[in-house]
Design a protein around this ligand. Structure first.
Ligand SMILES: Nc1ncnc2c1ncn2[C@@H]1O[C@H](COP(=O)(O)OP(=O)(O)O)[C@@H](O)[C@H]1O
Ligand SMILES: *[C@@H]1O[C@H](CO)[C@@H](O)[C@H](O)[C@H]1NC(C)=O
Ligand SMILES: *[C@@H]1O[C@H](CO)[C@@H](O)[C@H](O)[C@H]1NC(C)=O
Ligand SMILES: *[C@@H]1O[C@H](CO)[C@@H](O)[C@H](O)[C@H]1NC(C)=O
Ligand SMILES: *[C@@H]1O[C@H](CO)[C@@H](O)[C@H](O)[C@H]1NC(C)=O
Length: 262
C-alpha cells in the first residue's frame, strides 16, 4: 500500500466556469471568453444526479472586479441531492486513510461516521489511527453539534458572526470551549487571514496573502481547509499550517477557478 491518503466527505461538484467580458445586458447575446471544467480525482464518488437532474445544481456569478461571488442554489427545485450516509461510510476501508474530513451537512449522520473512526482508533496502534476534521460552515444549529467532534474543527466567518464574534481571534477564543479535549479550532476570515488555537491554548494568526488583483474567491475557503489539512497531516506546526493555507488560498483568489493551483 502506498502512502495513506486524506478522505473528504461532503458534496462534490463539477464547476463549469464561463467567463464573460461584462455582466450581460438584458436581451443581449453574450459569448463566453473562456470555459473551464474543473476536474477532481475522488476515491468515493457518491452522489451522482440522475440523468433527469443533469442540470446545474447551482450557479455562481463571480465579479472579477471585486472577486465576490453570488451563489444561486437550485437544490430546492431539483430535490436535495442525498448526502453520504453512515451506511455508505461503512464501505470505507479506514486503514487506507490517515485523515478524514467532513464538510458539515447532515450532522447527526456524520457524528455516527466519526464515532466509527473513534472505535476504529481504539483498535489500532497510535501510528495507524485516523485523524478527523470537520467544517462548520453553514449557520444551521443542527450542524453546531460537530464542534464537539473532530481533532480539528474549521469554523466559517458566517458561523462565527452568527454566534456573535467579529474577528477570527475572538471566534477561536470564544468557541473553543465547545470542542473535545485536545482539539484544534481554525477560523478563516477572508482578507484578514486566519486564526487558530490548538490544545496548548496559544492563539496563532496568519495574515492573508492577497494577490495583486482578487478575481475569484469561490472556493477560497475549501482551498484554505485543504492546504491546512495537508500541512497538519504532514506534521507541520499549526502556525505554519494556517500560513500555508492563507498562501494557497490567496493564490487561488488571484486566478479564475484553480488555474495553476492544483
Ligand atoms: N479577498 C481575499 N484576499 C486575500 N485572501 C483571501 C480573500 N478571500 C479569502 N482569502 C483567503 O482564503 C481564506 C479563506 O477565506 P474564507 O473567507 O473562508 O473563504 P470563502 O470566501 O470561501 O468563505 C482566508 O483565510 C484567506 O487566506
Ligand atoms: C462588479 O463590481 C463592480 C465594482 O463594485 C460594480 O461596479 C459592478 O456593478 C459589479 N458587477 C456586477 C455584475 O455585480
Ligand atoms: C483494507 O485495506 C487493507 C490495506 O490495504 C487491506 O489489507 C484489508 O484487507 C482491507 N480490508 C477490507 C475489508 O477490504
Ligand atoms: C440525515 O440523514 C438521515 C439518513 O439518511 C435522514 O433520515 C435524515 O432525515 C437526515 N437529516 C437531515 C437533517 O437531512
Ligand atoms: C484517532 O486517533 C488520533 C491519533 O491518536 C487521535 O488524535 C484522535 O483523537 C482519534 N480520533 C477520534 C475521532 O477518535
Amino acid at each position: 500500500m502506498g502512502e495513506k491518503r486524506v478522505l473528504c466527505v461532503g458534496l462534490v461538484c463539477l464547476d463549469i466556469i464561463s467567463v464573460v467580458e461584462r455582466y450581460p445586458a438584458e436581451d443581449s447575446d453574450t459569448s463566453f471568453v473562456r470555459e473551464d471544467f474543473q476536474r477532481y480525482e475522488v476515491d468515493l464518488a457518491h452522489v451522482v444526479p440522475r440523468p433527469a437532474r443533469a442540470l446545474p445544481t447551482s450557479m455562481v456569478i463571480s465579479n472579477s472586479t471585486t472577486g465576490t461571488r453570488t451563489i444561486l442554489h437550485a437544490a430546492r427545485c431539483l430535490g436535495n441531492l442525498p448526502d453520504v450516509t453512515a451506511a455508505d461510510f461503512e464501505q470505507v476501508n479506514l486503514s487506507q486513510y490517515k485523515w478524514i474530513h467532513w464538510e458539515g451537512r447532515n450532522a447527526s449522520e456524520q457524528v455516527k461516521m466519526i464515532q466509527r473512526v473513534e472505535a476504529y482508533n481504539k483498535t489500532c496502534p497510535p501510528s495507524d489511527r485516523v485523524t478527523t476534521s470537520v467544517e462548520v460552515e453553514k449557520t444551521r444549529p443542527e450542524i453546531y453539534q460537530l464542534f464537539g467532534y473532530g481533532d480539528v474543527v474549521f469554523v466559517s466567518k458566517d458561523v462565527a458572526k452568527a454566534r456573535g464574534f467579529y474577528s477570527a481571534a475572538e471566534a477561536v477564543k470564544g468557541l473553543r470551549r465547545y470542542l473535545k479535549p485536545g482539539a484544534t479550532l481554525v477560523c478563516a476570515w477572508a482578507e484578514e487571514g486566519a486564526d487558530a488555537m490548538g490544545p496548548d491554548g496559544v492563539l496563532v494568526h496568519s495574515d492573508a496573502f492577497s494577490p495583486e488583483v482578487v478575481v475569484d474567491t469561490l472556493g477560497a475557503g475549501d482551498t484554505f481547509n485543504a492546504a491546512v489539512i495537508l500541512a497538519l497531516s504532514r506534521g507541520r506546526p499549526l502556525a505554519e499550517a494556517i500560513t500555508y493555507g492563507c498562501q494557497v488560498a490567496g493564490r487561488k483568489c488571484g486566478v479564475h477557478g484553480y488555474d495553476g493551483i492544483v
